[in-house]
Ligand binder design. Structure first.
Ligand code: GLU
Length: 476
């Protein structure tokens, strides 16, 4: 049978790293078993759901390379179907109308709180007579639909990550509300636990992989599956992502939405690679730099850890820097070209841009580091104190003069790396100046300081952008 997995995000906020990692685990497993990865937008919270969040989630999935296999389903399109199933549960006696008012519920909570008990509904309207229901309705009272939960029932399932999980009916908070309040004999808008079961069944979902915060929902949902005579899928509950203090990663930890990671300069392949290892420990992987296709081949739900996964910026940065180093120069320059464009910097040619990308890629952790690293190639840097001091030495001025004269005399040469080395060698021999001095002097002229990337390669770029002479002249 085809294995079918899904991500069921609520579009009530930007695409969050926790949801993205859940998506990734679902996607990886669907690829591993040759199944399908589907999307259901759970947009039935009309106040908080926004279409811009749906777009943000879908764009984020695309950016990460997590393509879905069928047209996403919108939960709000299926409300009338959810209501049909609620009706079915009413008719079979598995559910009933509950007229308890908000005030009565608050009172009950207060009393439970005083006794140190957790909130739990007392199921007071479970066995209302037809006449009583009519009276309540004629008094204009609104009702929700509650699903009966047997206090004595044991609910068990074999979680693919956690092994056997057991719940008792008495720990589920009393009879479960399936729909919002409505007047008369109406059924109000369906709520999460009912809608999720009806839709997972409709989409033929065989494996539900979601965060551990849904474990108690799973217990409730299994009871609904049974009451509707639906086939129960396999469940997996993934560990939470924790911050460095071991608490659930949140907005307070600075970055949590996928957009923010993108804007900070992480490559999608690097972020996806990092997220896969966030809570997943493969039995066999010599290397942690793996593409999603490679990961999907060795991925298994049973290799996901039970314990929370600590988020590490150091590791994410390291993985990102590895991906940047391994990018094709053309691809890298194409990506960083956008950063240059934003700065108003224009590379003289594609080839020049590729060479600059190769030159700076080893010093980059984030894509936006390309700005600082390539700045001296677009703007002539001012000379720093250490550079000034060095230029005070007579040999350095002489070095720069000799180099400049050489360049003026051989005006028509195309300066490449070989030629640059030749110039240094020739001048060094002819004038008996150490190569180190010549190079240091040039470095100050080019970069304004005694540090910077490879000098000979840089020179080639400065020659092509026709700024090498200007940089030397300003020091004389
Ligand atoms: N809409 C729920 C959420 O975003 C879905 C949970 C589930 O996967 O069933 O948490």
């Amino acid at each position: 049978m085809e294995k079918r997995l899904r991500l069921a995000p609520s579009p009530t906020g930007l695409f969050h790293i926790g949801t993205a990692r859940t998506a990734l685990f679902n996607w990886l497993y669907s690829k591993k078993v040759g199944g399908k990865f589907l999307i259901r937008i759970e947009d039935t919270d009309f106040i908080r759901s926004k279409s811009e969040y749906t777009n943000n989630i879908l764009e984020g999935l695309n950016w990460l390379g997590l393509q879905w296999d069928e047209e996403p389903l919108k939960q709000s399109d299926r409300i009338s179907i959810h209501k049909k199933y609620i009706n079915k549960l009413l008719e079979s006696g598995a559910a009933y109308r509950c007229f308890t008012t908000e005030d009565e519920i608050s009172k009950l909570r207060e009393e439970q709180k005083k006794k140190g008990l957790p909130p739990k509904h007392d199921n007071r309207h479970r066995n209302l007579s037809k006449e009583k229901i009519e009276t309540f309705i004629s008094q204009g009272k609104t009702s929700v639909i509650r699903f009966k939960i047997d206090e004595k029932i044991d609910i068990k399932w074999v979680d693919q990550i956690r092994g056997e999980i057991k719940w008792q009916g008495k720990d589920l908070g009393g009879d479960l509300v399936l729909s919002r309040r409505a007047m008369g004999y109406e059924i109000g808008d369906p709520l999460y636990n009912l809608a999720v079961v009806v839709d997972d069944n409709y989409m033929n979902i065989t494996h539900v992989v979601r965060g551990e915060d849904h474990i108690s929902n799973t217990a409730k949902q299994i009871l609904i599956y049974e009451a509707l005579d639906f086939k129960i899928p396999a469940f997996s509950h993934t560990p939470l992502i924790l911050n460095s203090e071991g608490k659930k990663l949140s907005k307070r930890d600075c970055v949590t939405s996928i957009d923010e990671f993108r804007d900070m300069g992480y490559l999608p392949e690097a972020l996806a690679n990092y997220m896969a290892f966030l809570g997943w420990s493969p039995k066999s992987a010599e290397n942690e730099i793996l593409s999603l296709d490679e990961i999907s081949k060795i991925f298994d739900l049973s290799d996901i850890n039970k314990a929370g996964a600590k988020f590490s910026w150091e590791k994410l940065n390291w993985i990102n820097s590895q991906y940047i180093k391994n990018l094709e120069p053309v691809k890298l320059s194409e990506i960083i070209w956008k950063y240059w464009e934003n700065m108003g910097w224009e590379p003289p040619s594609q080839e020049w841009a590729n060479k600059l990308a190769i030159l700076i890629r080893d010093s980059m952790t984030l894509l936006k580091d390309s700005i600082d690293q390539s700045k001296p190639f677009f703007l002539i840097p001012t000379i720093q104190k250490e550079g000034q001091d060095f230029l005070e030495t007579p040999e350095s001025k002489l070095s720069l003069k000799l180099i400049l004269n050489y360049l003026i005399e051989q005006n028509s040469i195309k300066l490449n790396k070989e030629k640059a080395k030749e110039i240094i060698n020739e001048i060094s021999k002819k004038h008996n100046i150490k190569k180190g001095i010549l190079m240091k002097s040039l470095r100050v002229a080019f970069f304004g300081s005694l540090s910077g990337p490879d000098l000979i390669q840089s020179w080639e770029l400065f020659a092509e952008s026709k700024t090498d002479r200007t940089r030397i002249e300003r020091c004389l």
